[in-house]
Write a protein that binds this ligand. Sequence first.
Ligand code: URA
Length: 248
Amino acid sequence: MQTPVSLVVSGEEISSGEQMASADQAQAAGTELLHAEPARVEMPAAADVVASALSPGAGATSEPAPLKTLQELSREAADCRLCTLAETRTSVVFGVGDPQADLVLIGEAPGRDEDLRGEPFVGRAGQLLDRMLQAIGLDRKRVYIMNTIKCRPPNNRDPKPDEVQACNLWFEQQLNMLQPKMICLLGRVAAQTVLETDASLGSLRGRWHDYRGVPTWVTYHPAYLLRSPQQKKKSWQDMLVLSNRLRG
Ligand code: URA
């Protein structure tokens, strides 16, 4: 029998009356995502990437690039000054979760709480995201959560194209290391940035996209759901689509 699950954050219910995954199904989806080994991938050091971009040929060498872990990449990113957001940020918010997770969720940019704590999605929207994951038997330790850019834009404005471009250095290396089986883009800005499109969220949602060979789903940003609770039912449907595909 299927057990109804409600998503309630700060007294708000995300949906009800829909067909829900059973606790066992949700748990099964979650346990598949547990891995022991940290990801290691052959990537050039960030400084080398920048150097060769600035001076073509400068990075050319017959030596193989050193193996780098996600943790090492995170340490490099912590000192990043590639764009002006470095002047106003408190922390570089790199990402959180299982480096070998099957599912990577990508938001827009850190907000105030995230900037202060150095972790993505820890404010009110993050609490709702946690509840959404919980409803399909997952939590932030079993997936990987990151943003399109790593530093908070002042007053939470949308990231500027030059900031996205600068941060792409970290974004691409990070995703190459993670090698997820599935990506979920949270909200219009993340969807438009990653899929490089001006299309509306409404037109991007409800079908699979391909991001460099990785099946990619678009859903509402949890902050939007807090403002527009009537859309929570559709977001619940999106979570089920992800859960079903994760369970294969
Ligand atoms: N909104 C985002 O898009 N990302 C965060 O990390 C927090 C809020």
